[in-house]
Design a protein around this ligand. Structure first.
Ligand SMILES: [Zn+2]
Length: 273
């Protein structure tokens, strides 16, 4: 009697500890990284009619996601070079000051993740507080909407992408690893190709990382559209799309720039499963 070859192969894999197929499938964990602070000179730029002339501090996070088939980094924050200026760096004609307490590079190193280990890099959009460190990952595939890429490259503030950066230009939603556990969701409006990320964590459940589709919890509640915004109708439709996801899929909404909400998160080296 002969045993089928496949059975032998499985038995050998189990015996040698190589059998990792079904136990650890999909997204395994998510780290929240500190990717800077933005200090806005006047909150009403983001919340029309609210706190006119009053400053507001934003959190700015990056999210590092471990999938059994690779690492995905969502957003890259303000440039690491900002960390060398303790008083920060003033941008947008004085409307915003960037600060960075620690670099993205140092936080990855602490986790033992090298830039070359990052398979996919995805940015919510191409504003400077999100694409500041794309060039740290010249071999990672950048996942960006085609509409966003063309818009950014035609504008006055071209992002500093490496000439050799592998870029996959998307046209709408995109299932990053092909198993539904990390899905880019098209949420245009703030910029022409703004996107969000729907993440399925094994214990924490579904999260929506909403980029700058909305800046603060209070703006979410009141569906406010910032002054600096490309298409108001698209932004409102994107907010509606996110609201439907939260309701239908019972997802949580993580608002990147909401400092109070970020204050409730566990930052790396802690992680979410
Ligand atoms: Zn932003």
């Amino acid at each position: 009697m002969t045993r089928p070859l496949a059975t032998l192969a499985v038995a050998a894999a189990v015996l040698t500890g190589l059998w990792i197929g079904s136990a650890a499938a999909g997204v395994e964990k998510l780290y929240v990284l500190d990717c800077g602070q933005n200090i806005g000179k006047d909150q009403s730029r983001w919340s029309p009619g609210v706190n006119e002339g009053k400053p507001i501090e934003f959190s700015n996070n990056c999210y590092l996601i471990r999938h059994d088939r690779g690492w995905l980094l969502w957003d890259t924050g303000v440039p690491d070079a900002v960390a060398a200026s303790p008083d920060g760096v003033v941008v947008a004609n004085g409307a915003i000051t960037y600060r960075r307490a620690k670099t993205l590079a140092a936080q990855l190193e602490q986790l033992g993740v090298k830039p070359a280990d990052v398979t996919f890099l995805a940015v919510s959009h191409t504003h400077g507080d999100h694409v500041g460190n794309v060039a740290l990952f010249p071999s990672s595939t950048l996942l960006i909407q085609g509409a966003e890429y063309e818009w950014a490259m035609a504008g006055p503030n071209k992002p500093a992408f490496a000439a050799t950066q592998p870029v996959r230009k998307l046209a709408g939603d995109h299932d990053v690893f092909g198993d539904g556990t990390a899905t880019i969701i098209s949420t245009p409006g703030h910029t022409p190709g703004h996107q969000s990320l729907l993440v399925q964590l094994p214990k924490s459940g579904l999260l929506v990382l909403s980029g700058d589709a909305v800046h603060f919890e209070d703006n979410w509640v009141h569906k406010r559209v910032p002054q600096m915004n490309v298409n108001r109708d698209q932004t409102l439709a994107s907010l509606q799309r996110i609201a439907a996801l939260l309701q239908e899929r019972r997802a949580q909404l993580w608002i990147n720039h909401d400092k109070a909400q970020s204050g409730t998160l566990r930052y790396a080296p802690a992680y979410y499963e």
